[in-house]
Design a protein around this ligand. Structure first.
Ligand code: HEC
Ligand code: HEC
Length: 194
């Protein structure tokens, strides 16, 4: 008797859960989030190589980047199909969603040997004056703390080499002449800020 009651509870719970999943999947916004989450992580914290975390990014930064990519002003082959035809309201809703998500540190190992060089460069180049001392970013300036190391390196190289620019070209100026080993030191230093 007891057993069968537990069993029917289990069935009821499973039915509710599947109804909830169906409801979620039927919502176009939730469907889109699932798509984004396949690469950027379900919680917006990426565990995929060279793919940025979005959790805890300032909403304005995310909105700007999505619009830049939609308009092909920031060229990204990977992102192109996912921004194509997105309406401004949809971009704002996605940005607000990820801005509210809690950022978590990346799971990549930090190289302790380059941290002091990274700290020195961050001071010399005034990174914190724009990205804030905790590197959480603000307005159009992205969060760097908790971002993936591989992605930080890739984006700094792209600014330096002129293959990434936005409306705000500050970063192209900041990265002029910064060597690959120094970019690596900066990325590991930033990843050590938890
Ligand atoms: C197939 C994997 C994939 C999917 C799906 C995907 N992205 Fe991306 N996204 C990437 C990669 C890789 C980059 C880095 C692109 C680059 O720098 O060229 C990126 C970059 C971004 C950036 C720039 C972030 C930064 O810090 O510069 C934003 C914002 C973004 N994606 C949002 C989204 C949203 C919102 C969705 C869903 C509508 C989505 N992405 C779907 C792989 C993906
Ligand atoms: C004058 C202000 C300013 C300074 C100084 C500055 N940044 Fe930035 N940074 C920005 C802005 C604005 C963006 C967004 C640019 C864009 O739209 O592509 C940005 C973007 C970035 C990105 C891209 C992250 C992502 O998720 O796409 C990285 C990495 C970065 N900065 C690292 C640094 C580092 C490291 C330093 C110091 C060496 C630094 N920044 C100094 C303003 C600044």
């Amino acid at each position: 008797m007891r057993r069968s009651r537990t069993f029917s509870f289990a069935i009821a719970a499973a039915l509710c859960a599947s109804a909830a999943t169906q409801l979620r999947a039927a919502d176009p916004f939730e469907e889109r989030l699932q798509l984004c989450g396949a690469c950027h992580g379900e919680t917006g914290n990426s565990r995929m190589e060279n793919t940025p975390s979005l959790a805890g990014q300032p909403a304005l930064f995310l909105t700007n980047q999505l619009i830049l990519m939609r308009e092909r002003l920031r060229k990204s082959e990977v992102m192109a199909p996912f921004v194509k035809g997105l309406k401004d309201e949809e971009i704002i809703a996605l940005s607000e969603h990820y801005a509210k998500a809690t950022s978590e540190p990346s799971d990549e190992p930090v190289d302790p040997a380059v941290l002091s060089r990274g700290r020195e460069l961050a001071q010399q180049l005034y990174c914190a004056s724009c990205h804030l001392p905790g590197y959480e970013g603000r307005e159009q300036m992205p969060r760097l703390a908790h971002q993936r190391i591989d992605y930080l390196m890739q984006s700094m190289q792209a600014y330096r080499d002129g293959t990434r620019s936005g409306i705000d070209t500050s970063m192209n100026g900041v990265m002029v002449g910064v060597s690959d080993p120094d970019i690596r030191a900066l990325a590991h230093y930033l990843a050590s800020r938890r």
